[in-house]
Design a protein around this ligand. Structure first.
Ligand SMILES: *Cc1c(COP(=O)(O)O)cnc(C)c1O
Length: 493
C-alpha cells in the first residue's frame, strides 16, 4: 500500500560523493600543512601576489567545485601567504605562533562541530576544565566563572559590563544606564585601546576612562590615581572600576597589581586586570613571575591564549571572581532555551549565560591540547626564555655604538633604534621606520614600531617559542646593516 503522503524532492547533502577521493585529498592536505610547519623557518611573511586575487576570486560562486580541487587551491594559493607570525624571527606587535598540538585539536573540533553555547555534551566539559585550570593558575576562588572568547578585546567588554552592572544594580539591564551619576573608570596611560572601545560600547563614553600618568617604575602613578578618584567623586561622578595593565602592549610594563588591589578594596572599586599576554608571566621564573603578584585579587581578568600561550587564533578568556555577578549581567533564557532536567538540553551552567554569544565554537579543545601536550612547566619555560631573549636583545643593542635602547626592558618587549647622537628626532624616526619595513620586505625579521619620547623606534615583543638566540643576533645585524645603508643613502635627512 502506498502512503498517501509523498516525500519531497531531496537535494544532495554536502558530504563528499567520493569518500575515498576525499580521504586522499585530505591526507595530502594534512601532509602539506605538516611540511609547512616543519619548514616554517624558511617561510617568513610574503606579500600577497598581485595575481592571487584573480586565481581565488569567488565571483558569484553559483556552481560547485569538487572538494579535492578546493583542497589543492588552499594548499597552493592560500597556505604560503600567512602573516609570518609563525616564523622564528617574527617579533612584531604581540602575536602568537600557534603550535602543533592545537593544530590537531582544530581538526577534531572541526569534525565534531560542537556548539558550546550550552547543553550537556563533551565539549562543554572540556571548556569547564580549561576554565578551572585557569582559575587555579591565577589563584581565583572556586566560585570564579569564566568563558572563552575571541580575544582580550571581547573579554574586556564582558568584564567591564559585569563591573558596570555591579555599580548600577541588576535593574540596569532593563533601565539602561541613564539618570544616575556618570560612571568613571581609571587606567594608566599605557592601557590598551580595547578598554576605551569597551567604554564606548558600554555607553560610558571613552571620556569616562581617566588616563593616569605612569610612575618611575613604568606602572600607573598611584598618587595620581587617588587624586583623580577624589576629584571625580567631588564632581558628582561615580568611580566604579580600575583597569590594571599587566604587560603593556607598548613596552611590556606592569602596574603594581598588589597596590591597586588594596586601593580598590578600600574604596569598593572593581579591580579589573588586562593581562592579555603579560598575565602568563604567572607561569614564568622569577623575577618575571613576581610582576603578576596581586592578580589573584582581581574581580575580573581578561587574557589571551593566542599570544603567549601559542594557541591558534582566535582565543581569549574572561575570568570573573563572583559567578553570581557574571551570570546576573548576561543570563537570558527565553522559552526556546529553557534548560531540561535530563538529556542533551540539561548540563547547567551554560556558557551563553556568561557573555554575548549564544552559538560558540569549541575553542577549548585547542587550549586543552596545548596545556596537555606541553604542561605548565614547558609553557612557563618558553615564556621565561622569551624574556631572557628580550634581555639579550637589549644587551646587543646597548653594545652597538650605532643603536640605543628607547626604554628599559621589563619583560619581553624591547624598543630600540638609531643612537641619539646620529641624528635629529625626525631623522632617526625616518631611519628606524624604513629599516623596519626593509627587514620585513627582505623576509629577514619582523619588528613593528612605536613612538617613545617623540621618536619612532623599532619594537620587538618576543612571544615566540621558535625564536633562538641566533635569530636575535641575525635581526640586530640586519638592522645595523640597513641602518648604515639608509644613513649613507640620506633617507629621512
Ligand atoms: C592584544 C592586547 C589586547 C587586545 O587583545 P585581542 O586579543 O587582540 O583582542 C588588549 N590588551 C593588551 C595588553 C594586549 O596586548
Amino acid at each position: 500500500m502506498t502512503s498517501p503522503v509523498k516525500a519531497p524532492h531531496e537535494a544532495p547533502s554536502l558530504d563528499p560523493s567520493d569518500w575515498d577521493g576525499y580521504r586522499r585529498a585530505a591526507h595530502e592536505l594534512l601532509d602539506a600543512c605538516i611540511d609547512h610547519l616543519e619548514g616554517v623557518r624558511e617561510r617568513p611573511w610574503r606579500p600577497w601576489p598581485a595575481d592571487a586575487g584573480s586565481r581565488l576570486a569567488l565571483g558569484p560562486a553559483d556552481e560547485p567545485v569538487d572538494i579535492e580541487s578546493v583542497a589543492r587551491e588552499m594548499v597552493e594559493h592560500v597556505l604560503p601567504f600567512g602573516s609570518g607570525n609563525t616564523h622564528p624571527a617574527f617579533f612584531g606587535w604581540v602575536q602568537g605562533t600557534g603550535n602543533a598540538a592545537a593544530l590537531l585539536a582544530e581538526i577534531v573540533a572541526g569534525t565534531m562541530n560542537s556548539n558550546c553555547g550550552g547543553r550537556d555534551h563533551g565539549a562543554v566539559y572540556v571548556e569547564r576544565d580549561v576554565v578551572r585550570w585557569c582559575r587555579e593558575a591565577f589563584g581565583l576562588p572556586d566560585e570564579a566563572s569564566g568563558v572563552l572568547v575571541s580575544g582580550t578585546s571581547q573579554a574586556t567588554i564582558i568584564a567591564l559590563a559585569v563591573a558596570r552592572q555591579r555599580a548600577l544594580g541588576a535593574s540596569s539591564r532593563r533601565a539602561g544606564i541613564h539618570g544616575g551619576p556618570r560612571l568613571t573608570l581609571y587606567a594608566g596611560r599605557h592601557v590598551h585601546s580595547s578598554v576605551a572601545k569597551a567604554a564606548e560600547l558600554l555607553g560610558l563614553g571613552s571620556d569616562a576612562l581617566r588616563l593616569l600618568p605612569l610612575g618611575a617604575g613604568g606602572g600607573m602613578d598611584l598618587a595620581a590615581l587617588a587624586e583623580q578618584v577624589e576629584l571625580d567623586s567631588g564632581d558628582g561622578c561615580a568611580p566604579f572600576c580600575v583597569v590594571a595593565t599587566a604587560g603593556s602592549v607598548d613596552q611590556g610594563a606592569f602596574d603594581d597589581l598588589r597596590a591597586l588591589a588594596a586601593f580598590c578594596a578600600e574604596r569598593s572599586l572593581w579591580f579589573h586586570v588586562d593581562g592579555a599576554f603579560g598575565a602568563w608571566l604567572r607561569l614564568a621564573d622569577d623575577p618575571w613571575s613576581r610582576l603578576t603578584d596581586g592578580i589573584e585579587r582581581a574581580d575580573s581578568i581578561a587574557l589571551d591564549f593566542h599570544k603567549w600561550m601559542a594557541v591558534q587564533y582566535d582565543c581569549g578568556l574572561v575570568l570573573v571572581r563572583e559567578e553570581r555577578l557574571h551570570r546576573e549581567a548576561f543570563a537570558t533564557r527565553p522559552a526556546y532555551l529553557t534548560s531540561q532536567r535530563a538529556g542533551l538540553g540539561g548540563g547547567e551552567p551554560w556558557f551563553c549565560d556568561y557573555g554575548t554569544e549564544l552559538s560558540r565554537g569549541f575553542r577549548a579543545l585547542k587550549v586543552w591540547s596545548t596545556l596537555r601536550a606541553f604542561g605548565r612547566r614547558q609553557l612557563g619555560a618558553s615564556i621565561s626564555g622569551n624574556c631572557r631573549l628580550a634581555g639579550y636583545l637589549a644587551e646587543l643593542v646597548s653594545a652597538a655604538p650605532d643603536l640605543e635602547l628607547a626604554a628599559p626592558v621589563v619583560s619581553n618587549v624591547c624598543c630600540f633604534g638609531a643612537a641619539a647622537a646620529l641624528g635629529s628626532h625626525a631623522q632617526r624616526s625616518a631611519w628606524n621606520e624604513s629599516v623596519v619595513a626593509a627587514l620585513q620586505l627582505a623576509g629577514r625579521a619582523v619588528f613593528s614600531t612605536t613612538v617613545v619620547d617623540g621618536v619612532t623606534v623599532a619594537r620587538a615583543a618576543i612571544t615566540n617559542h621558535r625564536t633562538r638566540a641566533h635569530d636575535i643576533e641575525d635581526a640586530v645585524a640586519g638592522f645595523r646593516a640597513r641602518l648604515g645603508a639608509v644613513r649613507r643613502g640620506g633617507a629621512g635627512a
